[in-house]
Design a protein around this ligand. Sequence first.
Ligand code: C2E
Ligand code: CA
Ligand code: CA
Ligand code: CA
Length: 275
Amino acid sequence: AKADGRGTYRFFETGMDARAQARRLLEMDMRAALQRDEFQPYYQPIRDVASDRVVAFEALLRWNHPQRGLISPLNFIPLAEETGLIIQLGELVLQSACADAATWPDDIGVAVNLSPVQFKNPNLIASVTEALEKSGLAARRLELEITESVLLQNSEATLTTLHDLRAMGVRISLDDFGTGYSSLSYLRSFPFDKIKIDRSFVSELATREDSVAIIRAVTGLGRSLGIVTTAEGVENDAQLELLRREGCTQAQGYLFSMPRPASDVALMLERPRLR
Ligand code: C2E
Ligand code: CA
Ligand code: CA
Ligand code: CA
């Protein structure tokens, strides 16, 4: 039994080594990729439900790897956050997104995701200011998306930063709404401009009646608080119809378009549906 135990332990340890090794390789690969300019934001349109017009694009980071192809942020953002590389990546997305958006019609906004780690960086305000000044993009056209995990950490300093950003004219959205522990209390801690209803509620609309009730409650909440509501992950007309009926302000999802490179923005503005 003792030998078994040791064998198991040794196996476990080897497994850990392999994982640590894979992470070290990924980290080295990411650093080289930053040098080689392999990261770029893709853009997904956000449509106003009532008028059916595109009002903004969300910037979604992609790693265009020479061997592995297009890599989703879900596969590298967690490690980028652990190693601090997210600061450089976040900077890259912010600067590129503002520069790209400055070339779009001036009623079209751009939404950028911010990692909680970026809020620990004292340069955040300076880098947002720089992105706006360098690009000439009006602050009101920039939306910053944060999740409630941002508010969990060091909330006083974070709230000050959020208020400063908002004082500059930048809009602040609460992303992945409904997936955390105490979403409602966060709505009282900061005057968000927008609530993004998590994709999980939209995807279950057809199969779960409680999802309809949740969408109804959140859109109603948005209306009474004067906050825009955006539904993510809209994939079919039935979902869009229901969102329209419930008075959800904006919709985003594969029904309209997958995230695409900046060079496809004109096409996405032209065509309501592009798949
Ligand atoms: P998120 O901010 O919740 O972004 C929405 C995700 O849903 C995106 O995945 C998008 O491609 C995907 N999506 C959009 N429409 C649909 C749909 O109709 N159906 C389905 N199934 N999915 C849809 P993506 O691009 O893989 O990004 C995943 C997450 O990675 C994002 O979730 C965000 O948390 C993070 N992320 C992406 N770009 C950045 C970035 O520049 N900075 C930071 N800090 N995080 C980022
Ligand atoms: Ca987002
Ligand atoms: Ca989201
Ligand atoms: Ca999400």
